[in-house]
Design a protein. Sequence first.
Length: 71
Amino acid sequence: MGADASRHLGQESAFNVAQPILALPFDAMRQHYAGAVRAGLVPRSLLDSARLERWLDALEVLMLGPLARCR
């Protein structure tokens, strides 16, 4: 294995470690929304849930760029 291949492997593994950590705030927002729905603070709505999911996905891509998860 050459130096370029080794460097690529190091970058790939760093990406695999960083991606879930960087996604934590977005997952926390999803959990908070779900908790609010379960507590009755927010009405149950498939449309609102889908809108929130699309908004969070767009925000994640905007904030994290290439490190964002692809859904």
